[in-house]
Design a protein around this ligand. Sequence first.
Ligand code: RNT
Ligand code: ZN
Length: 421
Amino acid sequence: MDTDHIRKAYDLAVKAYRELGVDVAAALTTLDTISLSIHCWQGDDVGGFEKVGKGLDGSGLQATGNYPGKARTPSELRQDYVKAFSFIPGKHRANIHAMYGEFKGAVNRDQISVEGFQGWIDWAKDNDLKIDFNPTLFGHERANSGYTLSDKHKDVRDFWIRHVQCCREISEAIGKQLGDPCIDNIWIPDGEKDNPVDRAGHRQLLADSLDQIFAVKRRKECTKDFLEGKLFGIGSEAFVSGSHDFYLAYAVKNGVGFTMDMGHYHPTESVADKVTAIIPFVPELLLHVSRGVRWDSDHVVILNDDLVALAEEVVRSGSMDKIHVALDYFDASLNRVGAWVTGARATLKAMLSALLQPWKQLNELEEAGRYFKRLALLEVLKLMPLGAVWNFYCLQKGVPAGIEWIEGIEKYEKDVLLKRT
Ligand code: RNT
Ligand code: ZN
């Protein structure tokens, strides 16, 4: 895109926003502080690199599609990741899962240690990235019952408690080496296809497992724990031990971070509305930005109303410093690197659109009961030149502004991805 044209359009946009009382430069400065945690699992359809313990995947995580070119090795995944980062303006984070460790021999999940992640850490250092982490409690023979931390069998629970402990230690080591707290997000698949008679029993066991896990203290400047609930999964339609309510109560009581995934609620429920309901009562909030189509389908994130509403609530909450934004989706039916970039750019655009609102003025109208003007102004905002500001931001950050990034992805597909057979 013509850079002169981008600058001219930006200058006009700045003036147009100024008329509404919006400081565009200030919005861009804030946008620059937003660091998205970008999920490695979009790159290989939630595969991982393990050599041991593979079990049924009862997790309900379905990456559908068989588009060619998926990353098969750690180096391919990291190469694709770096390519994706090159099209996303700003400084972002890599979010990896325990199953992406690189171990010399067969190391089971209750034995993993930071050595298996040194390749990731060194890569992060080379690319000036920070890392977040997730224990992997699915796709393993010890999870074949459909339960892990809330299984009725002590040996199964103990195995997974050990795994989560290893992961918290790894997260701490990652955070220490990279000089930035590594977010450790715990999600478990536990649940049942049909109605269990003992919901209480599973939930008591889950609380007990978590108590054991968090009894070990980790350095807050190196790692932070988060808990992610869910409504249902494939094979856990009737019951999920770690539901939203369960973890919310647990997180509030125990001062643990809380995660909300946009795909983990009833389709008419607004995750955006939950932000300010929860943020005062938990230490920090992690958002998994996803797109459910009819169900928790984890489609590639796009700039839609749900995403904009979420971004608005994050910005308006006045607690941006307590909110972390991560991406979580996996689509195997199209170019995976392009999927990463599409979702990341959409999320940043949503944030920018929220930052470009005259919040103070809207709030004054609200307090004065001038609801017509509030409504009308919000409608006017929808057609403001957001794209011109976005293009300028990309230019400033040295990433393609217009459609060039799409061509960049297609070139990478031709030169690299389609050569993987
Ligand atoms: C699953 C959760 C969880 C996973 C990742 C891979 O429903 O959303 O966050 O997507 O751990
Ligand atoms: Zn999630």
